[in-house]
Design a protein around this ligand. Sequence first.
Ligand code: PEP
Ligand code: MN
Length: 341
Amino acid sequence: MLIKLKNKSAAAVLAIQNYVKEKGCDTRVFEGDTFDAIVVCGTDREHKVNAADITSLAESDIDKIMTTGYLLSSRAFKQEDTTFKVGDVTFGSDELVMMAGPCAIETYEQLDAVAKELSKCGVKVLRGGAFKPRTSPYSFQGLGIEGLKIARKVCDKYNMLFISELTDLRFLDAYQEYVDIIQTGARNSQNFELLKALGAIDTPVLFKKGFADSIDNFLCAADYIYSGGNKRVILCERGVMGLNQNHYRHNLDINSLLALKHLSHLPVCIDPSHACGRRDFIEPMCLAATALGVSSVLIEVHDNPPLSLCDAKQAFSLSDFKHLQKSLSVFTTATKSVDKD
Ligand code: PEP
Ligand code: MN
């Protein structure tokens, strides 16, 4: 349950907090641009806390009591774009954040080779999967916790942040220990227990949209994380189911990027690697997404793409990556000069 006030009222917040506490539940208060919002938490709150009682406590201050939909990730709650820092990397600003690295961590040597070159290119966030969600159980499944340890070592060596997908809550402690940004996969976009657990920690989350999620469902799911108190959420578009899988894997939903930016204050990212499933689409998609105003990209890069144990067809080589960076730089300079005119 979320109580949306009409404005900012410390007295109404306090009255509602006291009432909820008396009933054996708890609250989390979120300050929006023009109003406060109070999330009621605790087990069995629906029976313990009564909406009519709350209304009678602060009727003139309450706009509505929500039990469906989303609010905290929306522009109604916060108009300005959210920016936040992870280490010295800023998400959500005008500066595009490049996150790159292999689909899966395969060996220390492989990750070291990729990280070494990427860090020379100025990349500050290294990606690498340790638990690999694969269609077939017979495909490479990742190195697990060992992979996280390898990546931590490599990231510390090159002063990079490490982003990796958490697939299962059993590994949350290890992720908090080794990972700087936790990624959730398309297949977990509605794994609400996972999302609630990520809301309760401080580690920033790259939250991927599922390939069959509507934008509204996606933002509801983002509210699961945000309403738990973890406000460092990056929304990531990674493609939706299309009709042309014999030509490319999914459709990078460019409309959704504009809609997400319109509807939400949270930083928006694209993952063209998983969206397209083919190497030659990645650079043009990055240019397109930059034109649409995304603030970060997540790209798969391998030191030897044909040997990649995972997603070889979409793996960028290091020289592909360098080419992309040049194109992006030309593109960004050109669009900046248009801005000035
Ligand atoms: C990944 O980024 O490693 C991945 C598996 O992506 P997705 O969940 O988007 O398929
Ligand atoms: Mn992959």
